[in-house]
Ligand binder design. Structure first.
Ligand SMILES: *[C@@H]1O[C@H](CO)[C@@H](O)[C@H](O)[C@H]1NC(C)=O
Ligand SMILES: *[C@@H]1O[C@H](CO)[C@@H](O)[C@H](O)[C@H]1NC(C)=O
Ligand SMILES: *[C@@H]1O[C@H](CO)[C@@H](O)[C@H](O)[C@H]1NC(C)=O
Ligand SMILES: *[C@@H]1O[C@H](CO)[C@@H](O)[C@H](O)[C@H]1NC(C)=O
Ligand SMILES: *[C@@H]1O[C@H](CO)[C@@H](O)[C@H](O)[C@H]1NC(C)=O
Length: 427
């Protein structure tokens, strides 16, 4: 509370200084109401120090107030420099690996790994599914708050409920280097078991107040999620003047994704697996419908993104896993250019280190792989009959992303035939 209050005062003082410079101080009094505008989003966003640094001509307060009220003119209000990146994908598309490109950026980045896991878990119905409408809204609202460094809504989805904003149960905490920094590391508490504890240093349960304070200090914020199903649902984030968001959609050949899921999620994909192993029971309609639903969702998002409606202009990038695996450095540089964030030496050296052959044992979520080799492996694991099913229901998706259809078992396993067409998606 005191923090917010201080920010408001600092912000107000900053505006007065700017106004003075613009020689229109006399009109300040009728603009004081800005502070009371309920939509004024500045208090909680860590905006103020950037305003203070601004020494050029600043739009007059009246103009600014109008802009704040008109969310679609966000670019005018957003302060240059601070970026919000959403890396979204589906499972088994290499999103942990690509997320590391941002996790490794350095001390200017606040990175969160799958924060929506908690939301999805809590909203899962007894049938095993979720209410898509309710989930989409919750995902959007939680993402918005997290980009603003506010963990309060997120807290309501963590189980058990955090006590005094402290939780030992944050999913994959250790995958966000931001959550294991010294400034977010509270003393170890004896007797509290933490499954996802930091590996880089010994820390106690996560204090979300500390996480929020650390987040506010950072220049940029990135979130990776496999739980965003429709880009269109996130339009309010693109139009929110407090955010300068960039959406990076990561896609992968759906045939490879299915092959990978059959290994990683063996129980969930048991029917596919049985069929692959020679079972006579063909895959049932329910499974095929689910597969189609996944493919369609990915394609709908990409179609919206590639169409570049005004609200998305300059904010959307499509990246194929296969291109990243084959040209990691080049693609990472492109992604950084797109986001407008410095491509730091830390990221480069991480990529160098982690795209070379590694003999170390790797878990299912491991990001350390010889990426070029991984790209084509699925072709020897997925029976042709399953590839055919995927091609039948995901045809338009394969086509959009430039994945070639196979017409025979022989073509599937012929490594001299590449199934990846060269394709440029960004303009
Ligand atoms: C402030 O003005 C100086 C001199 O015009 C310039 O060098 C500097 O980059 C400006 N700083 C900002 C934050 O705009
Ligand atoms: C908000 O912006 C849109 C698009 O730029 C414009 O059409 C609309 O008139 C603006 N609304 C207000 C209240 O300024
Ligand atoms: C899903 O959630 C929305 C919003 O909470 C609600 O209006 C709707 O009735 C729910 N639908 C189902 C099928 O439960
Ligand atoms: C969490 O961190 C905040 C800010 O450093 C501190 O004020 C608070 O006491 C901490 N909470 C607990 C339960 O330690
Ligand atoms: C990765 O594996 C491929 C195929 O086995 C090999 O040709 C390549 O040299 C490896 N890459 C690195 C960087 O070791």
């Amino acid at each position: 509370m005191r923090f917010k209050y201080t920010i408001s005062i600092v912000f107000f003082v900053a505006l007065v200084i700017i106004e003075k410079e613009n020689n229109i101080i006399s009109r300040v009094s009728d603009k004081l109401s800005l502070k009371q505008t309920p939509q004024t989003p500045l208090q909680s966003s860590g905006f103020s120090h950037i305003l203070l640094k601004h020494n050029g001509s600043f739009p007059s307060l009246n103009k600014m107030k109008r802009r704040l009220e008109n969310y679609s003119e966000h670019q005018e209000v957003t302060i240059k420099g601070k970026k919000h990146i959403l890396l979204f994908a589906t499972t088994r598309t290499g999103s942990s690996f690509v997320g590391e490109f941002f996790n490794q950026q350095g001390e200017n980045m606040f990175y969160l790994f799958e924060p929506l896991w908690h939301v999805e878990k809590m909203l899962t119905l007894e049938t095993g599914g979720t209410n898509a409408t309710a989930a989409a809204k919750a995902y959007r609202d939680v993402l918005r708050q997290l980009f603003l460094c506010d963990f309060s809504l997120m807290e309501s989805f963590i189980e058990p409920r955090p006590v005094d904003h402290v939780t030992p149960a944050l999913f994959r905490r250790e995958s966000s280097s931001s959550l294991c920094e010294e400034s977010v590391c509270s003393p170890v508490v004896k007797g509290v078991f933490e499954r996802h504890r930091c590996r880089t240093r010994r820390c106690g349960p996560l204090n979300l107040t500390m996480a929020s304070e650390s987040c506010l200090q950072k220049e940029h914020r990135a979130i990776k999620s496999v739980r965003v199903h429709q880009l269109e649902n996130l339009r309010p984030l693109a139009e929110d003047p407090r955010l300068d968001i960039r959406f990076i959609q990561l896609v992968r050949d759906p045939r490879a994704v299915l092959a990978s899921r059959m290994v990683a999620f063996a129980a969930k994909y048991k029917n596919w697996k049985d069929w692959a192993m020679g079972g006579n029971q063909p895959i049932d309609n329910d499974e095929v419908r689910k597969l189609k639903g996944n493919c369609d969702n990915i394609r709908f998002s990409a179609e919206v993104g590639l169409r570049q409606p005004p609200w998305l202009r300059g904010r959307y990038m499509l990246v194929r896993y296969e291109d990243i695996a084959r040209f990691p450095m080049k693609k990472a540089a492109e992604m950084y250019r797109f986001t407008g964030i410095p491509f730091t030496p830390q990221v480069k050296s991480w990529i160098l280190k982690n795209t070379q052959a590694s003999k170390e044992a790797s878990g299912v979520y491991s990001t350390q792989k010889n990426s070029s080799e991984q790209v084509e492996k699925w072709r020897f694991r997925l029976p042709f009959k399953i590839a055919q099913v995927v091609q039948r229901v995901c045809g338009p998706t394969l086509k959009l992303f430039g994945y070639k259809l196979v017409t025979s078992e022989q073509m599937l396993t012929d490594k001299s035939v590449s199934l990846i067409e060269d394709k440029v998606f960004n303009f």
